[in-house]
Ligand binder design. Structure first.
Ligand code: CA
Length: 507
C-alpha cells in the first residue's frame, strides 16, 4: 500500500489507492490500516490524541475531535478547523527572491495573433468574432443570428475560428451606480478588449436597458459596431442587421494570420475545480512548475480563487514584495471575510461534498493544494475582479473560486488560455478561449479519456518528477496557444455560460 507524506512534520499521509483494514503501508514499518480507507484519503502515521493537530503540507489542517490511533482514517468528520490567518498581520516581503533554478521552455515565443496595443497589450491564441450584448433581453435574438451566421457566413471565412455570443445576466433593472456594480460593468468593458477578439468590436443592444452601449463600448460606441434591436423592423430586420454587421467584421478578422509572438504577449489563467487530495500533490504542483517556466520566460500567468486560498494567505503575501500590492491583496481577501460574516456562515462551507469525497477534509487542506498551482515566483500584481494586468509575471487576479465565475472573470481579465486542474472531474469549458484539462490521477483519465487532456497521475504512481510533468504541461500550453493542439473542450465545443461576479442584487 503506497502512501504520500509531503513533509517530515506531517502526521498523516494520503493513500495512492484505496486501502483495506489490515493492509501494511510501504515505507512505514509497523503501520497497518485500522479500517478501510478510500483512495486519496488520509491515514494517521502516528497515534494522535484528541485536540492534537493533524498536519499535512507541514501546516495544521485541523485538530483531532477524538483519539486516532496510528493507521486511522482522517476525513472531514475528524477535525475542528483552526483559526483563519489574520489579514491584519499580513505584510509584504521586500526580501523575497524568486527561485531561479527553473527550466527554460523549449521556445521563447508562441504563434499568436498580434493586436494593436491600443486594443490589447496581449496577443490572441484564437481568432474569434465576439458579439457583445448590453442586456439579457437580447440573448434569444443573438443566439438565432449566430446560428444563421455559423451556417451561412462562417464557412466563407476559414481563418476565423468561431463566432460567439457574450451572453450574460447583467444589464437592466440595476441601480447602475450602486456599491460594487462597477465589478460586473468593468469586467464587461474589459471583455470587449479580449485579445482573442482581434479589435473587431460588435455589440447588440435592446435600446432601453440601464447598461447603455455608450457605457459598455465607451469610445467604440459607433454605428459601425452597434445593432439596436428596438430600431429594427420585426424579427427578420433584427436578424438581418446582425448578420450584415457580422459579415463586415468577419471579412476583417479573416485577414489575420498567426505570427511569432514573444511570451511577454501571452496571458493565461490557472484554476482548479472538483479538487481532491491529490490536487496538491500531482496536478497543481505540476501546473505550478509549468507556470514558473512560463513566467521566467516572460509570460503573464494569473491565479485566483479568493475563497479557496483564504487559509493560505501568508504563503501568498510572502511572495509579494510591494507593500501597496500587499494592501490590495488584503482588501480583496477581506471582501470574502465580510461576505461570510454577513451571511452568518463560516468558511467550513468549503470544501464541497465532492472535495470531501476526494479526501479534502478542511478548507486549509484545499487552500494548500490550490496555491500550489501558482508556482514559486514573485507575485507582481493583485487585480480587482476582471481587471487587466499592467505587469508581467505571476499575478493574483482576485475572483471567487466557483469554476464558472473564476473562469469568466479571468476571461474578462484577458486570459487567452486557461489551465484547469481537477481530481473529481468536470467537463467545464469556455467558448472565448481554449481550456486545457489536467487531472490529478490515472483513474479519472481512464474514465474520461476524451475530456481530460493531461494526466499527472504518473507523479503519484510512477515517480514522474514535478519538473518533468511541468515541462510537458508547458510544452502543451505553448502548442495550444499556437493553435497546433486543440483541447477536448474546444474539439467538442463544451462551452459553459458566462457567469459574471456580481456582488450586487439585480434590482
Ligand atoms: Ca475553481
Amino acid at each position: 500500500m503506497k502512501v504520500i507524506q509531503l513533509t517530515p512534520q506531517d502526521n498523516v499521509a494520503v493513500l495512492v489507492e484505496a486501502g483495506h483494514r489490515g493492509d501494511a503501508v510501504d515505507g512505514h514499518p509497523g503501520l497497518v490500516l485500522q479500517e478501510d480507507i478510500p483512495q486519496s484519503h488520509k491515514v494517521t502515521l502516528a497515534d494522535v490524541a484528541q485536540g492534537e493537530p493533524i498536519r499535512r503540507y507541514g501546516v495544521v489542517l485541523g485538530y483531532a475531535l477524538r483519539d486516532y490511533p496510528k493507521g486511522s482514517w482522517i476525513n472531514e468528520t475528524s477535525l475542528r478547523l483552526p483559526k483563519s490567518p489574520a489579514l491584519d498581520a499580513l505584510r509584504a516581503n521586500p526580501d523575497f527572491k524568486s527561485p531561479t533554478d527553473i527550466r527554460e521552455p523549449k521556445q521563447d515565443f508562441f504563434m499568436g495573433y498580434a493586436n494593436d496595443p491600443a486594443f490589447s497589450p496581449f496577443a490572441g491564441t484564437r481568432n474569434i468574432l465576439a458579439i457583445h450584448t448590453t442586456v439579457q433581453c437580447v440573448i434569444g435574438i443573438v443566439n438565432a443570428a449566430i446560428a444563421k451566421i455559423k451556417q451561412d457566413l462562417l464557412p466563407q471565412f476559414p481563418h476565423v475560428d468561431d463566432v460567439i455570443a457574450i451572453n450574460h445576466q447583467y444589464g437592466c433593472g440595476v441601480a447602475i451606480n450602486a456599491e460594487n456594480a462597477e465589478i460586473p460593468i468593468h469586467a464587461l468593458q474589459n471583455l470587449v478588449h479580449h485579445p482573442n477578439f482581434g479589435g473587431e468590436i460588435m455589440c447588440v443592444s435592446l435600446g432601453c436597458e440601464k447598461l447603455q452601449p455608450t457605457m459598455l463600448l465607451q469610445e467604440h460606441c459607433t454605428a459601425d459596431n452597434l445593432v439596436i434591436l428596438q430600431a429594427q423592423h420585426g424579427f427578420k430586420g433584427m436578424i438581418d442587421a446582425i448578420v450584415k454587421m457580422a459579415a463586415v467584421k468577419l471579412a476583417k478578422l479573416d485577414q489575420r494570420r498567426r505570427t511569432p509572438q514573444p511570451l511577454s504577449k501571452l496571458l493565461i489563467g490557472l484554476q482548479c475545480g472538483g479538487s481532491d487530495a491529490f490536487s496538491g500533490v500531482s496536478g497543481n504542483p505540476s501546473v505550478g512548475y509549468a507556470a514558473d517556466m512560463l513566467v521566467r520566460a516572460g509570460a503573464t500567468v494569473m491565479f485566483s480563487e479568493v475563497s479557496e486560498v483564504r487559509d493560505g494567505v501568508p504563503f501568498i503575501a510572502n511572495r509579494i514584495t510591494s507593500p501597496a500590492t500587499c494592501e490590495t491583496f488584503k482588501q480583496q481577501v477581506s471582501w470574502y471575510d465580510d461576505y461570510l460574516a454577513k451571511g452568518k456562515v463560516d468558511r467550513s462551507a468549503n470544501p464541497s461534498p465532492g472535495n470531501k469525497k476526494g479526501g479534502l477534509s478542511t478548507i486549509v487542506e484545499k487552500s494548500m493544494g490550490s496555491i500550489a498551482k501558482s508556482g514559486s515566483q514573485e507575485i507582481q500584481e493583485v487585480l480587482v475582479p476582471g481587471g487587466i494586468p499592467t505587469k508581467r509575471g505571476m499575478i493574483f487576479a482576485a475572483t471567487p473560486a466557483s469554476d464558472l465565475v473564476c473562469g469568466t472573470m479571468q476571461m474578462c481579465s484577458g486570459a487567452t488560455l486557461q489551465v484547469f486542474v481537477t481530481g473529481r472531474g468536470t467537463p467545464y469549458g469556455l467558448a472565448a478561449l481554449p481550456v486545457l484539462k489536467v487531472c490529478t490521477r490515472n483513474e479519472l483519465k481512464a474514465k474520461w479519456p476524451d475530456v481530460i487532456d493531461i494526466n499527472t497521475g504518473s507523479v503519484l504512481t510512477a515517480g514522474t518528477s514535478i519538473q518533468d510533468m511541468g515541462e510537458s504541461i508547458c510544452d502543451t500550453i505553448l502548442s495550444v496557444a499556437s493553435g497546433t493542439t486543440k483541447p477536448f473542450t474546444e474539439q467538442y465545443g463544451i462551452y459553459n455560460d458566462i457567469c459574471l461576479f456580481n456582488p450586487t442584487p439585480n434590482t
